[in-house]
Design a protein around this ligand. Structure first.
Ligand SMILES: Nc1nc2c(ncn2[C@@H]2O[C@H](COP(=O)(O)OP(=O)(O)O)[C@@H](O)[C@H]2O)c(=O)[nH]1
Ligand SMILES: [Mg+2]
Length: 498
């Protein structure tokens, strides 16, 4: 896992293309992955990508356009003296004219604690959205304003079946929340970090606490409670679930699941949403992209937006544009940037401005996590296991050394993940991912986990067909999975850097 303070991977020797007339340039594949397209603000990214896809279909190139890996953003024009780039030792370049100049300044500066300094919150949010399109991240700070020490709960809101619970599972890294086409979440559920020594999951509900040894046991209990509530069209009391494996990127900040706003249970659900909305300092709005912004979604978004954009508070809303996997079956749909920009365009036209849109597929993230776990279980080499035990022990005994300081940034599970990845291939000849999946399917026939493996298998096949990229190793799965980018945004969001 990255440290998530800044992400500047693929832009080491990039060429920025600002002349959009020459489509031919993009077809040369080497150039494609080393170029980022910057459109004038008067143009539309989503339209441009649709045109590209069309042109690609009509062309005789045998290598298809890789829209998945396509880097595109708006070349924002900056008012004079409004944007500069700074590192620890001072200002590197001031009075940047446009986004193109900013990116070039960033590349010249190379790695190091870079900050973009801007003159207004409006400019900040615009630049951040371009970073999202390009899948990079740098802190953007409004001049003379110390980053707020904002921290606190993250409320996850959205209409029914948008994938709120799935997204929470994707962020938490396991299937804690009941995410189902049949069973809507009937209550407010708070996910928090368990105390360091606690090994079990604990649930506080109706004034009493109970523990569960594993995720499956918790799921079973929650499913039964949700079914009951669903049958009676009623709500459930608030739940707090403390997790021993709470992801470190959340910095101990709690994450809150809520019911969908458009559910027939009506007032009970809307009351929970209203109350939660008034309590949380951070909001993530989950949208079902395949519905293309419904009236229900707009109504709820407006409510959230007003809560966070009043004369007293100004907080951007993070929009997780979910279910992007569902639109992967057409040419122009291959791009997350196209869908994000389309929704961005629609909401901007309606007068909203303080929000960020990022396209994700929660379900992919959830299934990738689950299959990764299954593969580790099956293929974990004995020697690797032993090494891990020893390393875990050492990690426990170490204290106050620079190494521990570094390690304290990650949870034990993440450290083990790193080590495991490093050791894989040292002790064993790695089995290719498609073979691992095939073997898992044989093992898991007739069990619930089987469908997850099939799902991942299909994603990978589609990915190869559509984008010509073959994923050979579980380690490469995050490539297709934008949830990591959302995690980066959330990490900075709750630390007041967004
Ligand atoms: N295809 C697809 N389905 C999803 C995604 N996220 C959630 N779903 C499905 O949508 C249904 C509702 O999801 P759930 O998380 O319960 O939605 P919620 O009501 O917003 O909490 C479930 O069947 C999920 O499997 C996604 O990213 N892609
Ligand atoms: Mg739910």
């Amino acid at each position: 896992m990255e440290t998530f303070t800044q992400i500047l991977p693929q832009f080491k020797d990039v060429k920025f293309v600002t002349d959009r007339t020459d489509y031919e340039q993009i077809y040369q594949s080497e150039q494609q992955s080393h170029s980022a397209w910057l459109l004038d603000e008067g143009e539309l990214i989503w339209e441009f990508i649709e045109q590209l896809a069309e042109a690609d279909e009509e062309s005789s190139h045998d290598k298809p356009l890789n829209l998945y890996d396509f880097h595109i953003a708006y070349n924002l024009k900056f008012p004079s003296d409004s944007v500069s780039l700074r590192n620890k030792s001072g200002v590197l370049q001031s009075d940047l004219k446009d986004f193109f100049e900013l990116l070039n300044a960033v590349i010249r500066a190379g790695d190091g604690d870079l900050n973009v300094i801007v003159s207004s919150a409006q400019l900040k949010i615009k630049i951040l959205q371009q970073f999202i399109y390009l899948r990079i991240f740098l802190p953007v700070i409004v001049n003379n304003q110390a980053p707020s020490k904002m921290s606190g709960d993250v409320g996850v809101f959205g209409t029914k079946k948008a994938g709120k619970s799935a997204l929470i599972n994707a962020l938490l890294g396991d299937e804690y929340a009941v995410s189902s086409p049949m069973l809507p979440t009937p209550n407010k559920v708070i996910y928090s970090a368990a105390d360091k020594k606690v090994k079990e999951i604990s649930l506080t509900y109706k004034n009493s606490a109970q523990t569960f040894n594993d995720v499956d046991a918790l799921q079973k209990f929650l499913t039964e409670e949700n079914s009951l509530a669903n049958k009676n069209s009623s709500t459930l009391d608030e739940m707090t679930i403390a997790l021993p494996d709470f992801p470190s990127f959340l910095n101990g900040v709690r994450i809150i699941d809520t019911p969908g706003s458009n559910f027939a249970a009506g007032k009970g659900h809307t009351d929970i949403i209203r109350k939660t909305l008034a309590e949380v300092p951070n909001a993530v709005f989950v949208m079902n992209y395949s519905q293309y912004l419904t009236q229900d979604e707009l109504k709820l978004f407006d409510k959230i937006y007003k809560q966070f954009n009043s004369p007293k508070v100004k907080r951007p809303i993070l929009i997780a544009l979910n279910r992007v996997d569902e639109i992967f079956d057409s040419e122009e749909s291959k791009s997350y940037e196209r869908v994000a920009d389309y929704i961005h365009y629609r909401l901007t036209a309606l007068g909203y401005e303080n929000f960020l849109v990022v396209g994700v597929s929660a379900i992919q993230a959830v299934y990738f996590d689950s299959v990764t776990r299954l593969i580790k279980l099956k293929y974990r080499n004995k020697i690797v296991s032993k090494s891990l035990e020893i390393i875990e022990e050492i990690e426990c005994r170490l204290n106050a050394s620079p190494l521990t300081k570094f390690l304290s940034h990650f949870s034990a599970r993440e450290i083990i993940d790193h080590i495991e990845m490093a050791l894989e291939g040292v002790f064993t000849k790695p089995v290719p991912l498609d073979e691992q999946l095939k073997n898992l399917k044989i093992d898991l026939q007739g069990t619930e986990k089987f469908s997850g493996v099939v799902f991942v298998n299909n994603i990978l096949t589609d990915f190869e067909d559509f984008h010509g990229i073959k994923i050979k190793n579980v380690r490469e799965l995050p490539k297709i999975n934008r949830i990591n980018y959302l995690k980066c945004l959330l990490h900075n969001f709750i630390n007041g850097k967004i």
